[in-house]
Design a protein around this ligand. Structure first.
Ligand SMILES: *[C@@H]1O[C@H](CO)[C@@H](O)[C@H](O)[C@H]1NC(C)=O
Ligand SMILES: *[C@@H]1O[C@H](CO)[C@@H](O)[C@H](O)[C@H]1NC(C)=O
Ligand SMILES: *[C@@H]1O[C@H](CO)[C@@H](O)[C@H](O)[C@H]1NC(C)=O
Ligand SMILES: *[C@@H]1O[C@H](CO)[C@@H](O)[C@H](O)[C@H]1NC(C)=O
Length: 964
């Protein structure tokens, strides 16, 4: 061991002490770059260019985000939100693989062609006004001059308004023009329509629902080359369409599109081809159970044989039937069936040239079948595979590769009911993407924390008598000694193998772990580590507990429980360690917003109804609010109302904004907003006292004439402390605002009326007790007996300093970094939706005291002021996200860490991003500049010096005594 110790000392001397924080980017932060739930009809494996064997996984999610994922590791290669931003209400999107490494998407009114390799936009085409794309197909034609094969696209755009017509158009392969267009003025808007390409024709299918007669599908055949209507037929169909997206037509991406429908409860099927009048009906073998669902699984390749599979589900079992279709004879034939299992199955189809394969994945195994016969070609078991509960409809996409004779490799991209998108290769899980996080709407820090063992021991020692405490401590130290040899052994390793990762881990241990609890729009509750690498701890599915149309309004986590308040006023309580449902109490007061205020024995819950009236939640939280709580609410008429809440609720004031204005938002100081210093020291050592009133509220009012007025009110009396009005606000722009310490900030985008140029302003106002230094204004005279209801108090307005800065792009959200004591200076964290970034703006830059139009003089330099510049440069170093693109961020949370210097930041909305910021640098941890070697050398030199001087000192002492 001694030898190891020696090595440790030597290496410490030789190595320049490795900075603990080598390069922090990508070590202290994590980012889930998400797409949303992949849609079954827009997800496929595809080779991005023809001379490669490596295919990528492409999808368009239900949030209309197109993306390419590397099937090897699940990393996102590129993505494009088709609607500009991820949307929650995306109507259907379409995606097809074109030739020459291109992908063509259809969403809303836009057909766009993308480079499959890098996601570059190649061309786009816009469908007529008032329509929405409801079908997209590729058609191959022959170039008349050269004889080469060309690819064009057929687009179905259905009427979204009653004054628009449904059209079918053939777009040239380069997106330059519509070669022809077929408008259908007879079909009313709102009816379902689809298109398919087969042979020389394009089929345009609409369905009409007869009240008395049976349902009919009207099929119009269009000539591929000219778009001429060359024939119309109609076919009877049953009431339940079984194709994808609830349509009658299925297998549109293959060479054999057909109509399929059934009558509930799925006793029989009705099938027909588009160009043949013949209708085939099949009796479904229900195996003595009630069938609840049937889905069609088919290959999606022009070369693939016309075979398909029906996935049949009863309440308890699932099985499949495989059918063959003879297109020429219009004959459907049942080939074989796959056995029923109690486990849920997910089927997928794939092909190698014309040979079609089906895969069946269950929770315990993956098996492969040929479409020709029921013999299992391969089977892999899936050990340790567990999926979280969820309510989504699972689906899968498969890629099958032949590895010599009768040996296959199968990759299945599965979207599970819990929202994970994962790739299973030969039964082994390769990766899993947590796409459910893209639906996060609310989040809260978990306040339980992990109890610190040492802190617990120290608490124990403090609480007992000194003698016992001493004994306890002795025992503890002896126990610690047993770990010493191991620790000594590990020292050389930790020094030699110093890596950025190890350093990041060391840092993480200092920062502590943080957990956030998320609520999604799909009624899942997820506990996520807010620190690297951002793993999901548990996930609970509440879709069965939360009724339709009810959403989660508020989430709180503490004392081992996660409480979720719903918009109908009911409460769901989960165990915060595993997400198990503990309680579900229905409430009586529907709520719009929920506030927690100090109360006994625990915080009291106040529900604010849609009318803006607060009600203490007596229905299940029997806590009494502490007297004198102030709450400000906004009523539907846009007035602000102040309330005091204690034993009962009393209205104290009403603020009616100027005529034409409506208050739209109220902002208060964060619950945890510590103030380290009550004054600001100026360059000449005088002090400006901060106006620190915990009961202030910032109200934002907007008018129809695009003006914005802010009111800073004393929430106790309702008196207005400060107000400002801005005109020419861009109607759609967001006006985020924050209030912290003695300052407030807000931002808006305005339009210049003459040039219609847009500019974004960031306004900051600081409040001081007085304009004069060393003056506490009202407080100095009334300090013994101050009340804000005092007649003089109303006159005591704070001194407000404001300054405005222009920023280069709109800001969608503002928040302030939080630390434990508030000693660390603050950063304003601004979300930039256009750059898809979050930027930290140091508070010092946003100082309204920066001198305007002149250089700083000596005293101002002392104070740390810079000359004012109207344009605030958002420096790239300030980007918390570095070069990562965080898409669709709607909210950013900040929370103190165990280190005063460090604030933990968590952002959500679509992507999920977490990092930590150190606005005043990491002053409480050893940084890069710390030189271990020098320290050791100094200590050694001192030791050697002491030893060397000892004889000399002793001789002097002896001589001195002799002399005396
Ligand atoms: C693709 O795979 C085939 C068959 O395994 C092989 O012959 C060919 O060389 C591969 N091509 C590339 C570009 O790797
Ligand atoms: C989806 O929501 C956006 C914004 O809320 C709206 O502009 C759009 O019209 C909606 N689209 C549909 C299809 O409802
Ligand atoms: C939560 O679950 C854990 C582990 O199962 C258990 O120890 C704990 O008592 C539970 N907490 C509550 C509040 O039920
Ligand atoms: C700097 O300017 C401030 C504000 O005008 C003034 O109060 C101060 O005395 C000046 N200091 C010097 C050294 O001129």
């Amino acid at each position: 061991m001694r030898w190891h110790g020696a090595v440790a000392v030597v290496t410490t001397l030789l190595l320049p002490a490795h900075a603990i924080f080598a390069d922090e980017a990508y070590h202290i932060d994590f980012h889930h770059a998400l797409l949303g739930s992949p849609q079954p009809h827009t997800t496929f494996f595809h080779k991005p260019y023809s001379n490669t064997n490596a295919s990528l996984l492409y999808t368009v999610s239900d949030k209309a985000v197109l993306g390419a994922v590397n099937p090897k590791d699940g990393s996102l290669l590129w993505r494009q939100p088709l609607a500009g931003q991820p949307v929650s209400n995306a109507s259907s999107s379409y995606l097809i693989a074109g030739e020459n490494g291109q992908l063509v998407s259809g969403h809303d009114r836009t057909v766009a062609c993308w480079d499959a390799q890098d996601g570059r936009l190649v061309w786009d085409f816009t469908a007529p006004e008032g329509t929405r794309i409801a079908g997209l197909q590729a058609i191959n034609g022959v170039e008349p001059v050269t004889g080469g094969v060309t690819q064009d696209f057929v687009v179905l755009a259905v009427a979204a308004h009653s004054n628009a017509h449904t059209t079918v158009a053939r777009i040239a392969g380069d997106g330059s023009q519509a070669r022809w267009q077929h408008a259908d003025s007879s079909t009313s808007h709102g009816s379902s329509a689809s298109i398919a390409v087969a042979g020389d024709h394009i089929y345009y299918i609409t369905t009409s629902h007869g009240l008395l007669s049976s349902n009919k599908a009207n099929i119009v055949s269009l000539d591929k080359a000219t778009g001429k209507d060359v024939g119309q037929t109609s076919t009877p169909v049953d009431s339940e369409p079984l194709g994808s997206e609830g349509r009658y037509l299925t297998a549109v991406c293959s060479n054999f599109p057909f109509l399929i429908s059934a009558e509930k409860p799925y006793k029989s099927l009705r099938l027909s081809l588009l160009d043949k009048a013949k209708v085939t009906t099949f009796a479904v073998d229900d195996k003595g159970e009630e069938i609840v669902d049937i889905a069609v699984v088919h290959p999606c390749h022009p070369a693939a044989a016309s075979h398909f599979l029906l996935h049949i589900k009863s309440k308890n079992r699932q099985w499949a039937e495989v059918y063959h279709l003879n297109v020429k004879a219009a004959e459907f034939k049942k080939a074989y069936s796959l056995p029923a299992t109690g486990e849920k199955s997910v089927f997928a189809a794939g092909n190698i040239e014309e040979t079609v394969f089906f895969t069946r994945s269950t929770e315990t195994e993956v098996s492969l079948y040929s479409s020709e016969s029921h013999g299992q070609l391969a089977r892999w078991s899936r050990p340790n595979f567990k999926i979280s509960p969820g309510s989504l409809r699972p689906h899968a996409t498969a890629e099958i590769v032949s590895r010599g004779k009768a040996s296959y490799a199968v990759r299945v991209a599965e979207f599970s009911s819990s929202g994970n998108w994962s790739l299973v290769r030969n039964g082994e899980l390769q990766w899993s993407r947590p796409e459910q996080l893209a639906y996060t709407t609310i989040a809260a820090w978990d306040e339980n924390g992990v109890p610190d063992a040492l802190a617990g021991e120290l608490d124990l020692e403090a609480s007992v008598n000194p003698l016992t405490a001493y004994g306890h401590r002795l025992k503890r130290h002896l126990h610690d000694m047993t770990g010493l040899p191991k620790y000594l052994q590990s020292i050389p390793d930790s020094i030699l193998k110093s890596s950025p990762d190890a350093d990041a881990t060391a840092r993480q241990n200092l920062v502590g772990t943080k957990l956030v609890v998320l609520g999604t729009s799909r009624k899942e509750v997820i506990a996520l580590d807010a620190t690297v690498p951002g793993n999901i701890r548990w996930q609970a599915d509440l879709s069965a507990t939360i009724p339709e149309g009810i959403e989660m309004k508020s989430i709180a986590s503490g004392s081992g429980r996660v409480s979720i308040y719903l918009s109908d006023g009911s409460l769901i309580v989960l165990n915060s360690t595993n997400g198990n449902l503990l309680e579900h109490k229905s409430g009586t007061i529907p709520l719009n917003k929920l506030i927690q205020i100090p109360g006994r024995p625990s915080p009291a819950v106040i529900k604010v109804g849609n009318d803006g009236v607060p009600h203490p939640a007596t229905d299940f939280a029997p806590n009494t609010a502490v007297e004198g709580n102030i709450v400000v609410t906004i009523n539907p008429e846009g007035k602000a109302i102040g309330w005091t809440i204690g034993q009962n609720v009393e209205k104290t004031w009403i603020l009616q904004p100027q005529p034409g204005f409506k208050i739209v938002n109220a902002v208060s100081r964060a619950e945890h907003d510590p103030v380290a210093s009550i004054g600001r020291v100026l360059g000449d050592r005088h002090v400006l006292y901060k106006y620190l009133n915990p009961n202030v509220a910032l109200l934002l009012a907007k008018s129809d004439s695009n003006a914005l007025t802010i009111y800073l009110v004393d929430a106790v009396t309702g008196s207005i402390l400060h107000t400002a009005t801005h005109t020419g606000i861009l109607p759609s722009s967001l006006t985020p605002a924050v209030l912290s310490e003695n300052w407030l900030a807000y931002t808006f985008t305005s339009v210049n009326p003459t040039t219609s140029a847009l500019s974004t302003q960031l306004i900051i106002s600081e409040l001081y007790e007085s304009a004069r230094p060393n003056d506490r204004a009202l407080l100095s005279s009334l300090s013994t007996n101050y009340s804000s209801f005092d007649p003089d108090a109303a006159a005591a307005r704070p001194h407000v300093l404001s300054q405005s800065f222009t920023v280069a792009e709109p800001i969608s959200h503002l928040t302030v970094s939080q630390t434990a004591q508030g000693i660390t200076s603050r950063q304003l964290l601004a979300t930039l939706p256009n750059s898809q970034a979050i930027v930290g703006i140091p508070r010092e830059l946003l100082d309204p005291r920066r001198p305007v139009d002149r250089d700083v003089n000596a005293t101002e330099r002392e104070e740390g002021l810079l000359r004012y510049s109207p344009v605030l440069d958002l420096s790239p170093q300030g980007y918390l996200t570095h070069e990562r693109e965080v898409l669709g961020i709607e909210n950013v949370l900040s929370s103190p860490s165990l280190l005063e210097s460090t604030s933990v930041v968590f952002a959500f909305g679509h992507d999920v991003f977490g990092t930590s910021v150190t606005p005043s640098m990491a002053f409480d941890v050893l940084g890069k500049g710390f030189n271990k070697g020098q320290l050791v050398l100094t200590v050694l030199a001192l030791g050697v010096g002491t030893l060397a001087l000892r004889p000399f000192v002793r001789r002097r002492g002896v001589e001195g005594r002799w002399r005396a």
